[in-house]
Ligand binder design. Structure first.
Ligand SMILES: [Zn+2]
Length: 313
């Protein structure tokens, strides 16, 4: 009997070791599955009018913020109108069509670009003919010809019981590429971190930087499948190098309950704060609170959520 104890102990240690390693490595996936199993998306009143569903804010300079405030995630999408075309940056959760609302604001042909490929930013893309997506190897891998078939963890719609719809791509856009919409040239910047396909859009006319889920008011997430904390810091540095001298106003993809119907508009200083505070926390881990997620306070309005030290690195 005694001769079995030692091999049994060794096997147990190996199994526990492998399991811990698995939890560490796959914690972003396990976390999402756990969250989805406990979460019931709130119902939407099917008789809700378009005017009740969408909140429109005219920001001046032919820029409109379109809030999806009747939905619990408090999403914000942005319409930037040029002399010839208009860009819709993020198109909603897909719970309610958006095109009709957008066409009340502009009669120009619409180019739809998502800030990244999570389900709450790519809904309603099928309403538009001209859809443009960032050209990255990781995204190309999900595309067959010019149709994008998002994976379960690139889309994350299972959290809110939403199906994955194929996305027809009209054009691929490059990092640091420009889109001329007539008298207005918008710039694309790849800013991985929240997801590897995240982008920011810069509008020189209004001096706005649209930041999607990379920077918004509330809990910024880098603990999801495809998130990377070190990429996030590099992206902050990239934004500082590109736009630090111009200090654009940041317009984010979500607001908090406490913000009411206020557009999530933030001062440029927040980028410097994110960059310096996350970098400092890399050498002083005690600045983080909690285990999974680990939470770093950035300002009164913003927290930075990340995973284990080894996952989402
Ligand atoms: Zn997201």
């Amino acid at each position: 009997m005694k001769r079995f104890i030692r091999p049994l102990l060794y096997t147990l240690v190996i199994v526990i070791g492998l399991l811990s390693l698995g939890v560490y490595k796959y914690s972003p996936y396990l976390l999402m599955e756990l969250h989805a199993s406990r979460h019931t998306p709130p119902p939407i009143d099917p008789k809700m009018s378009e005017e009740d569903y969408w909140t429109i804010k005219d920001l001046g300079n032919s820029v409109y913020a379109i809030g999806e405030l009747s939905w619990y995630q408090k999403n914000w999408h942005y319409l930037i109108v040029g002399e010839e075309k208009a860009v819709l940056f993020d198109s909603g959760t897909g719970r309610y069509p958006i095109r009709n609302t957008v066409e009340k604001l502009t009669d120009k042909p619409i180019i739809a670009i998502p800030s990244h490929l999570h389900y709450d930013h790519v809904g309603n893309l099928s309403e538009f003919e001209d859809v443009r997506i960032i050209d990255l190897l990781s995204v190309r891998k999900l595309a067959d010809e010019n149709t994008l078939h998002l994976s379960r963890y690139a889309h994350l719609g299972f959290i809110d019981r939403l199906d994955i719809e194929p996305i027809k791509i009209h054009k691929w856009v490059m990092d640091l590429g420009k889109i001329d919409i007539g008298g207005r040239e918008l710039s694309i910047t790849s800013i991985p971190g929240h997801t590897d396909d995240s982008i920011a859009l810069y509008d020189p006319l209004g001096n706005y930087l649209f930041t999607g889920d990379t920077i918004y008011k509330g809990a910024i997430m880098t603990m999801l499948p495809g998130s990377s904390r070190s990429d996030y810091v590099r992206s902050m540095k990239k934004l500082i190098n590109l736009y630090g001298a111009r200090r654009p106003t940041l317009l984010g993809g979500h607001s908090r309950e406490a913000d009411g119907d206020q557009v999530p508009s933030m001062d440029w200083g927040l980028v410097n704060l994110l960059n310096s505070k996350i970098k400092r926390a890399e050498s002083d881990k005690t600045l983080y609170q909690g285990t999974l997620p680990r939470v770093l306070s950035i300002s009164d309005e913003v927290e930075f959520y990340t995973g284990f030290e080894w996952s989402n690195k």
